[in-house]
Ligand binder design. Structure first.
Ligand SMILES: NC(=O)c1ccc[n+]([C@@H]2O[C@H](COP(=O)([O-])OP(=O)(O)OC[C@H]3O[C@@H](n4cnc5c(N)ncnc54)[C@H](OP(=O)(O)O)[C@@H]3O)[C@@H](O)[C@H]2O)c1
Length: 308
């Protein structure tokens, strides 16, 4: 089997870092391509930056991800998440490489009773969701050789995310109020990264149309943010952290300029049926990430980071 080269946009993002960490063990070369060489707000920079990586496949992960701030930075969010994503897809077409584009559960309005499937009507309730939906459309228009993976509630040992925020707040707080009326699928960046590598390999090796189109890619199970917080604190207790009590609250008690979907649970049935990929349960992956951060290996890494 040829060793494939996968370029991923957004070198410091959660998924990009997880993919770079997993690539060697999975027998692929992962080449992060980020700013300043590739700036999605400057479409002219996209093709040369990706071409220099000579990729067999491109994972389009970079995005404007500040959901609240996007409400006041609409033009910037659209230039990155829509026009920028379209430029990545156009570049992929010129390079003859499949593009695997990451999108979001926030393309839905959250009013459906059950899990969302790929064919469900979209209806974003935020600028961020609308910009990502516009990105999906431009990615699809630029090349048929695309797969769009909608994912959700990403957490990892990297960057900023809900899990790390809870661990930080848990150091000083005995109780925390957490929203309990939004339900979704917490998804580990490492689990996404593994799926991206498997899917990229499949798309490179097999031109069949069944591997193209829209797929939902999310951790198994479901949770509210309050459930997720409880699981994080229970896992942290295994490493000597003191217990934190989670007080469930409704979204209207949490100040935000954005109305997030009450239900953004994604069905992974199509991904399982077509690609044979099923992500682990979010509780299992949450324990793994907490172990990575608070366990022996995590503490040693933190000490190293502090020393360097
Ligand atoms: N985070 C979530 O909960 C979530 C949920 C659903 C879907 N998604 C989608 O999943 C994907 C990956 O998310 P993530 O959490 O890994 O993202 P992330 O950690 O927020 O990283 C975003 C990356 O995008 C890069 N970026 C931002 N503006 C850019 C620009 N103008 N040009 C080039 N790069 C730019 C950033 O670059 P710098 O490193 O230079 O800042 C960063 O590396 C995104 O497409 C996101 O929309 C995320």
């Amino acid at each position: 089997m040829t060793r494939i080269r996968i370029a991923i946009t957004g070198g410091h993002g959660q998924v990009a870092r997880a993919m770079a960490a997993l690539g060697p063990a999975m027998g692929v070369d992962v080449i992060p391509v980020g700013r300043p060489e590739l700036d999605l707000a400057d479409p002219a920079s996209v093709f040369p930056a990706l071409a220099s990586a000579r990729p067999h496949a491109i994972v389009s992960a970079a995005a404007y991800t500040m959901v609240d701030k996007a409400e006041t930075e609409k033009d910037l969010a659209f230039s990155i998440n829509a026009a920028g994503a379209g430029a990545v897809s156009t570049a992929a077409a010129r390079l003859g490489a499949p593009v695997l584009h990451l999108s979001t559960d926030y393309v839905f309005d959250g009013t459906k009773a059950g899990r969302y499937v790929e064919a469900d009507p979209t209806g974003p309730t935020s600028v961020y969701g609308a910009s990502k939906l516009a990105g999906e459309q431009l990615v699809a228009a630029a090349t048929g050789n695309h797969a769009i993976f909608r994912t959700a509630w990403i957490y990892s040992p990297y960057g900023e995310n809900f899990l790390k925020t809870m661990l930080r707040l848990g150091e000083t707080r005995e109780t925390l109020s957490v929203v309990d009326d939004q339900r979704g699928c917490p998804t580990s960046a490492e689990d996404i990264a593994r799926a991206m590598i498997l899917a990229a390999r499949r798309m490179v090796e097999d031109r069949n149309a069944r591997y193209r189109g829209v797929f939902h890619l999310a951790g198994s199970g479901e949770a509210s943010w309050a459930d997720f917080a409880c699981a994080i604190f229970r896992a942290a207790e295994m490493y000597g952290r003191k217990p934190v009590t989670v007080l469930p609250i409704s979204s209207d008690r949490y100040p935000s300029p954005v109305r997030r979907p009450g239900n953004s649970r994604l069905s992974g049935e199509k991904l399982g049926r077509i690609y044979g990929i099923a992500l682990p349960h979010w509780r299992q992956s949450t324990e793994k990430v907490v172990d990575g951060l608070l366990g022996r290996a995590g503490c040693e890494a933190l000490v190293c980071e502090e020393r360097s």
